[in-house]
Every structure is written in C-alpha cells, then in structure tokens.
Write a protein that binds this ligand. Structure first.
Ligand code: CU
Length: 171
C-alpha cells in the first residue's frame, strides 16, 4: 500500500506547489497596481505645491516701459528711429530725485540694469537726461537688441521690471 500512496502524495504536493506560485503572481501584480496608483496620487500632491505662487508682487515697482517704435522683430534702416513709451511713471530731467519718476536709457545689444545699480554711460548705454522720449541711433546692418531702461534722477535703475527689450534687424 505504501508504495502506491507515496507517488500520490508527491503528485498532490507538486500540484499544491504549482498552484501557490500562480496565486503569488496575481497578488504581486495587484500590489504593483496599488503602488503605481499611490505614485500617481503623490504626483498630484506635488502639482498642488508647485501651483502655490510666491508673494512677490508687492515689491515690484509701479509702471510699465515699452517701445512705441520700432516694433519687436521689425526690419529697419539706420539711423533707427526710437520712440519710448511709459505708463504709470513720469519722465523728468535727471538731477532731482522724485518718487515714481526718472528718465529713459537706451541700451544697445546689452542687458537690463539690476535694481539700484547706476546705469553706465558709454556708447551702448545712452542717457536721456533732458527727459527726451525719442531719438535716432546709427546701427550697423544685422540683428540687434534694443533695451529701454528706466532709472531715477541719479541714474539708479528701477530694474528689469521697468525695462523692455526688443530684437530688430537693421537692413
Ligand atoms: Cu541716466
């Protein structure tokens, strides 16, 4: 009898062994699904934190500076006629410090001047200390950037928020 029972037992054990890994497999895939779902919910949490905007608007200076001419991307001839626009601030001659006022600066192929820095005075940093709002600049043919920078009575920059940069092509 023993000799006939043993193979039966072995085959039963083998069946049980064959079944259990299959069950484990299905459990594993279930676990993986739950994990990926958890990961997604974590991502959503991250988006919520990123959408919280920092409060910096109060520190920004009032007003806006812009080119009336030339327009961004324009093809123009030298000398280039520049008309400077300003909203929310007042243009006054240099020399006196008054709140919310100052004068224009035109920067050729350069960068806005950081807040509080004195605008340099050279061939590519032109001051309009008499309160001018238009000028003509001779430029070599090719692509150039023009930057308007507003600064106070002692030429200290109001920063990038009160600047405007355009790219033009001189024919
Ligand atoms: Cu100046």
């Amino acid at each position: 009898m023993k000799s006939t029972l043993l193979p039966l037992l072995i085959s039963l054990l083998a069946l049980a062994a064959a079944c259990s890994p299959a069950e484990n497999k299905s459990e594993n895939t279930g676990d993986l699904k739950t994990q990926s779902q958890n990961g997604n919910s974590n991502d959503h949490g991250g988006e919520h934190t990123a959408s919280t905007e920092p409060k910096t608007t109060e520190e920004k200076p009032k007003g806006k500076i812009m080119f009336i001419a030339p327009q961004a991307g324009a093809k123009v001839k030298s000398p280039v006629k520049v008309e400077m626009g300003l909203e929310g601030m007042t243009v006054v001659p240099a020399g006196e410090l008054k709140e919310n006022s100052g004068h224009h600066h035109l920067i050729i192929d350069g960068q806005p001047i950081p807040t509080g820095d004195v605008v340099p005075k050279d061939d590519t940093h032109i001051h309009f200390g008499k309160g001018q709002t238009s000028t003509e600049v001779p430029l070599k043919p090719g692509k150039h950037t023009l930057t308007l920078q507003f600064a106070d009575g002692v030429h200290k920059s109001y920063g990038p928020d009160l600047s405007s940069t355009i790219e033009i092509t001189v024919e």
